[in-house]
Design a protein around this ligand. Sequence first.
Ligand SMILES: NC(=O)c1ccc[n+]([C@@H]2O[C@H](COP(=O)([O-])OP(=O)(O)OC[C@H]3O[C@@H](n4cnc5c(N)ncnc54)[C@H](O)[C@@H]3O)[C@@H](O)[C@H]2O)c1
Length: 366
Amino acid sequence: MTRETDGKKDCWIVTGGAGFIGSNFVRRIRTMDRARVVTFDRLTYAGNLANLDDLKNDPGHIFVRGDIRDRQAVADLFSRYQPAGLFHFAAESHVDRSIENPEAFIETNVTGTFVLLDEALRYLKGPGAQRGFRFLHVSTDEVYGSLSPTDPPFTERTPYAPNSPYAASKAASDHLARAYVHTYGLPLVTTNCSNNYGPWQFPEKLIPTVILAALEGRAIPVYGEGLNIRDWIFVEDHCDGVVAAFERGTLGETYALGAGNPRTNREVISAIVEILDRIHPAPGGDSYRALVTSVPDRPGHDLRYEIDASRARTELSWKPAHTFSQALEKTVRWYLGNRAWWTELRTRYDGSRQGTGRQKEPGGER
Ligand SMILES: NC(=O)c1ccc[n+]([C@@H]2O[C@H](COP(=O)([O-])OP(=O)(O)OC[C@H]3O[C@@H](n4cnc5c(N)ncnc54)[C@H](O)[C@@H]3O)[C@@H](O)[C@H]2O)c1
């Protein structure tokens, strides 16, 4: 991955392409040979080159280590690769970490996004116009705040009401993106997606936390009563939605992406336990269910997120291809088959949280 990308296909820059969703996205684009890809990633605790290991010998992909806050590095990236698209996944993404250390979230999610938008605009005044350049800003449904049990699901028209520092920093980045469209005409589309799951998800998030705790015979932590509801989407479906928004989305618009799979945390944990009991029974023969343990809730924990993705379905001709039960089992099997990947990461992850006062955490949905 150290040589220049070659060939006549468009070049797409993917920020955060060594993270969970970004690496799934890069793999998908390269598997379809849809574009040449330059992954630009700072490799924070959440970024991992092992996520892109299978692309090591792909001449259509290169990796550039860099920080989206570094204006010169971003300017060099545009001028060197002259992309037709930029897919902005890079972020500090974990809500619990944003509660402990909000500053990193403001720096990367707000300032970093600002630098990308500003440099994209500069590029557009030069070679970017000939390349038909577009910016795809990847965001989250957390910007809409929390739903009560009876509220209708979020749509693109739901007012912003972010509750955590993470959600507030993503909301700020969405507002900057919108302002660059309206003030300067930057050709940009935003997607706001619900909770993702799938292979290569960092072990601090809910689904890998549950799988790994079960496999190691440790307590499976659940926040409070486990009644928080999230609308779970398989990561590949999200990636396809991002491509659809890039290719068919109306410039300046936003698209809410979700799979229509609302589940309480308890239901998600039960589904994982059922799969593990069936395909990988515990050595003593007991159900993994016995390991489920309630822990104190996250401060300000949003109760419910759910997406109405009708606009994306109609205007982008996109819909999720996976059912929750099939894709969850695929995900569990992936973690069973990739122990080396998560063992190495868990060592680094535990180290990266030293000094935060919270050595282990329950596994936030994000
Ligand atoms: N995970 C979800 O459920 C979910 C849902 C909706 C939207 N999103 C959004 O999707 C994007 C990706 O999420 P994820 O779960 O894959 O996150 P992740 O934490 O797994 O990956 C983030 C990546 O960004 C990189 N990065 C962080 N700061 C950087 C910087 N300053 N410069 C360059 N690279 C930097 C990290 O090294 C890492 O590779 C984020 O923007 C997130 O807000 C995530």
